[in-house]
Ligand binder design. Structure first.
Ligand code: MEV
Length: 313
């Protein structure tokens, strides 16, 4: 019998890159997900993956170094009694990889959940999140944990990485008013690991500038927390623009992101910023209502950018 695990897509509303350094972030799970079906294969020593997203079929025996098996090993290495062979996974997703929506985290969460039910592990959400984080470390090197947390819980959260290695701070946030976002795709697939490494280099080369940027960001995010709870969407929009300016300063924006931001603001959006690692991926645009969402989406379509509506509550 096959079991299915699910991992949610996410958007970071405030704080990508800064969360890696222990500053708080605000992110939301979306109603989009990766699913992993898992089934036992009798008398097999192999693990096979039928990946419908990347359109590839892989076997551990033939290709042990494949990233998906590295993720698998990292996540389950300490689970002594968990069977690690004779399994077939099938991966599907209703959102794209490489667009800043947390694909790798959602895949890890979905795989952990699939293993949890296939082998009756009774893991709780916290454990699922912890195991998925180990997979994210393989995918991204030094992740903050915000993506797998959002992907596990699927809600809007306040997140702070514990820099001493203890438990991260994760608090659900109830939005005072629903937020009408547009997610606009630059069409460029980004590389999270590379972007995170480049920000580290920027920090090392410009320590004082980075400190000032971080302290500006800190006041943006604490203000944003109040406004999200209160439903102050005009303020949230302004704070998103300020956050985008800082992301530009640390070098993770790009021409297409800047172009999308400009179009969105021209069409009356309240604020816009990159979401995820940047250098491509998606731009998150806050609109006052559905009418503005349509206006922004139509205008972006005229310039060749695909965009979708996303509501966060
Ligand atoms: C990627 O979605 C978010 C980053 O802040 C990396 C991380 O937090 O692990 C760029």
């Amino acid at each position: 019998m096959a079991t299915t695990g699910k991992g949610y897509a996410k958007v970071i509303i405030f704080g990508e890159h800064f969360v890696v350094y222990g500053l708080p972030g605000i992110a939301a799970g979306l109603d989009k997900f990766v699913t992993v079906d898992a089934q036992k294969v009798k008398d097999s020593n192999d693990i096979v993956v039928d990946d419908k997203v990347f359109n590839e079929k892989i076997s551990r025996e033939k290709n042990p170094e494949h990233i998906k098996f590295k993720l698998f090993d990292a996540m389950f290495k300490d689970e002594e009694f968990l069977p690690k062979k004779g399994i077939k996974f099938t991966i599907n997703s209703n959102f794209p990889a490489g667009g800043g929506m947390g694909y790798s985290a959602a895949l890890c969460v979905a795989m952990v959940r699939a293993m949890n039910s296939l082998f009756d592990q009774d893991w709780k959400e916290e454990k699922i999140n912890e195991l998925a984080y180990l997979g994210e470390c393989v995918a991204h090197g030094n992740p903050s944990g915000i993506d797998n947390t959002c992907s596990t819980y699927g809600t809007t959260i306040w997140f702070e990485k514990n820099m001493e290695g203890g438990k991260n701070t994760i608090r659900p946030i109830k939005c005072g008013k629903s937020l009408y976002f547009v997610l606009a795709n630059t069409g460029i697939k980004h590389n999270t690991k590379e972007a995170v490494e480049d920000v580290k280099k920027f920090k090392e080369k410009n320590p004082k500038e980075f400190d000032v940027i971080c302290s500006d960001y800190k006041s943006i995010v604490s203000h944003a927390k109040k406004e999200v709870k209160f439903g102050g969407m005009f303020e949230i929009g302004k704070l998103m623009n300020q956050n985008q300016a800082l992301l530009k300063q640390i070098g993770v924006s790009c021409e297409q992101i800047d172009q999308i931001v400009k179009i969105a603001i021209y069409e009356g959006a309240l604020g816009a910023k990159l979401t995820g690692a940047g250098r491509g991926g998606n731009v998150l645009i806050l609109c006052e209502n559905e009418k503005f969402q349509d206006k922004v989406i139509n205008s972006l379509a005229g310039k060749g950018f695909e965009a979708i509506k996303v509501k966060v509550s």
